[in-house]
Design a protein around this ligand. Structure first.
Ligand SMILES: CC(C)(CO)[C@@H](O)C(=O)NCCC(=O)O
Ligand code: NA
Length: 620
């Protein structure tokens, strides 16, 4: 970008940005000094299990809504049209299923880490594999989250890139380490509001400057940016209703169903009902977040189509272009550029803080505590704080790795969710819905799932760079370029459509929106095959409460006797009343382990009258 075209901030903009950082630190400090003063892991990692549903729901949105979405979604809409908006359809089942399947299972087992479930259902080995996979996923993702806003701002405003990365990482590490999960959740609330305010400001000013709503609509309509429902069943088509609306459900399940960052929030709720309600409340806010970022992309298109800005856009990425647009709109309105910067960093901070805290939790609960059963609570809390801090520093290192990659940040983030989160979703699904799955099957399934995921994921990167296919240039931009360039682009594009990939290449060109679903099913399939080969689990060997009676629930309306015959549901109350609930698999009793739930917590495993959940399916 031409340096003379760089946008500048006024003092008030810096002040607003500083206020955001100071307020976040303040909330951290407040929670460090109030309540139980973060002296127990129960408070530091689980917020004393006392949260109400409003803060939890805002925090749930904030976890996976980072600057990546704020910048990436408008860039996507600007370049490819509104097709991406159909991902909103996936939010329905993507939140309903976590609310009614995953939350009840995790909440009733009273676990602290989602991976504790894996030990109750399978074995220690499966738990450790799950934890390590999660750590990899979040560490890579965190790097992208810190890097994205810093990079985009640097490209347009000359904000010092590494200074910004360092400031974000350090502020976030500090308040997360001081105030624990309570501080993370309450800063999320504040930051989510700032995030919405910033996006709204850009849209309102942008629409005004472009000549009103009808003018924006006319331009995006004529520029062909309003996409109809694309029902093309081809799984290699990047964005269609099927990839977004159906593939997206699995993406949502991996994030909102089994990701520790979210499970931890459900578990920090006062009651199970609060947890379910907060999951429901995510739906309207997530739709709002999606709508705001899509509309922002449309306004941006209306603004630039028909005007020659190609010299300014130069070779810089579409992501930086979004920031350019924002600064172009807001720079003569004092304070608003600062508000948008605060919006970007709010989005980033709220995601990174969730990542730090959840990473500290799993490292503590799943990797350290089981080996040091005698550790005092004070020592464990100290260690958790040290862990939150070390992940903060690791995150800075990961930001540097992201710096070395390229590609659209949105696509990179969603690919990682699919490649690493998809197999984890498969692992949990295998445990919850398939009583026959055993521990060997689970480990083999996860391994196979990850292997296939990386095979396809890396294959797609390598084949893309070989053929040199680039994302299509927006129509209006092509019109502005000189005739021979336009001709060159047309030839390039028609070559792309003419040569359909075949064989392995076709396999590699699977839409990234299918990654979660595809990898999840690989894990389940391989997991079941290996389980049946090595001797499936028997109903009475499965820890009560770890299997969700899916078929029984789906056929809920049938009379009890018929249901029992058809889908083999044994009401568990009868089988259990005669025996204590015990994990009877040969590798030891889950309830007698050092880090297992305490005696009173164990009560929750016992079936009670209003827990239909304890019915299970028996092997057919
Ligand atoms: C994960 C979804 C699809 C839904 O929450 C959306 O927030 C998104 O596209 N996130 C991208 C990743 C990020 O913003 O960091
Ligand atoms: Na966020």
């Amino acid at each position: 970008m031409d340096p003379s075209d760089q946008k500048h901030f006024a003092v008030v903009d810096y002040v607003i940005f500083a206020v955001l950082l100071a307020a976040s630190m303040g909330i951290g400090l407040y929670h460090a000094l109030s309540g139980g003063r973060q002296r127990t892991t129960q408070e530091f990692l689980m917020a004393d299990r006392s949260m109400r549903c409003l803060p939890v729901s805002l925090s749930l949105i904030a976890s996976f809504q980072s600057a990546v979405a704020i910048i990436g979604v408008p860039a996507e809409i600007y370049t490819h049209g509104t097709q991406y908006w159909f991902i909103g359809c996936a939010y329905i089942l993507g939140l309903f299923i976590p609310a009614h399947v995953f939350i009840p299972v995790f909440y009733r087992l009273q676990v602290s880490s989602a991976y504790q479930y894996l030990e109750l259902r399978f074995s220690k080995a499966v738990r450790i594999c799950g934890t390590l996979t999660f750590i990899c996923q979040m560490v890579i993702y965190m790097g992208i989250c810190v890097y994205t806003p810093a990079f985009a701002l640097n490209a347009v405003t000359g904000f010092e890139l590494w200074g910004t990365v360092l400031a974000t990482g350090l502020v976030c590490t500090l308040y997360t380490t001081m105030g624990g999960l309570k501080a993370v959740i309450w800063t999320d609330v504040f930051q989510t509001v700032v995030m919405f305010a910033g996006q709204l400001a850009v849209i309102v000013v942008g629409v005004q400057k472009t000549g009103g709503v009808s003018e924006v609509w006319r331009k995006v309509w004529e520029g062909n940016r309003i996409s109809g429902l694309d029902l093309n069943p081809d799984p290699t088509e990047r964005h269609t209703f099927w990839t977004l609306g159906v593939g997206g459900i699995f993406l949502m399940l991996s994030l909102y169903g089994v990701n520790q960052a979210q499970v931890q929030r459900y578990l920090s709720s006062r009651t199970e009902r609060d947890a379910v309600r907060s999951c429901y409340m995510v739906f309207p806010s997530l739709q709002l977040a999606l709508a705001l970022s899509c509309v922002m992309g449309l306004v941006m298109f209306a603004r630039y189509c028909g005007e020659d800005h190609s010299d300014k856009r130069g070779n810089s990425s579409m992501d930086a272009m979004v920031i350019y647009f924002v600064m172009d709109m807001l720079q003569d309105l004092p304070g608003l550029p600062g508000l948008f910067v605060a919006c970007l960093f709010s989005a980033a901070l709220s995601t990174i803080s969730s990542a730090f805290n959840s990473l500290a939790t799993v490292t503590m609960e799943d990797l350290i505590k089981p080996h040091f059963p005698a550790m005092t609570e004070a020592r464990a809390t100290q260690l958790s704080k040290a862990l939150a801090m070390s992940y903060g520093l690791l995150c800075l290192a990961m930001a540097y790795l992201t710096h070395l990659m390229g590609d659209s940040v949105l696509q990179v983030a969603l690919k990682i969710f699919g490649m690493v989160g998809g197999p984890v979703l498969g692992l949990f699904s295998l445990g919850m819905f398939f009583p026959w799955a055993n521990s060997t099957g689970a480990v083999a399934g996860l391994g196979a799932g990850l292997a296939v995921a990386f095979w396809v994921g890396i294959g797609s990167i390598l084949t893309r760079s070989n053929t040199g296919i680039r994302p299509p240039v927006p129509d209006c931009r092509a019109m502005l370029l000189s005739d021979n360039t336009t001709a060159a682009i047309h030839t390039a594009l028609s070559n792309v459509t003419l040569s359909r990939p075949s064989g392995l290449k076709r396999f590699y060109s699977l839409s990234y929106m299918w990654y979660s679903a595809f990898n999840c099913f690989t894990v389940i399939l391989i997991g079941l095959i290996i389980s049946f080969l090595t001797g499936p689990m028997k109903e009475e060997d499965v820890t009560p409460g770890t299997v969700y009676p899916l078929l029984g629930k789906l056929l809920h309306f049938l009379p009890e006797r018929l249901k029992k015959k058809l889908c083999c549901v044994t009401p568990l109350g009868q089988t259990l009343s005669s025996q204590p609930p015990q994990h009877k698999e040969s590798n030891g009793s889950a309830f007698q382990q050092e880090d297992g739930p305490s005696q009173e917590e164990t009560e929750s495993f016992l079936p009670d009258a209003h827990t239909p959940f304890v019915e299970r399916e028996t092997a057919v």
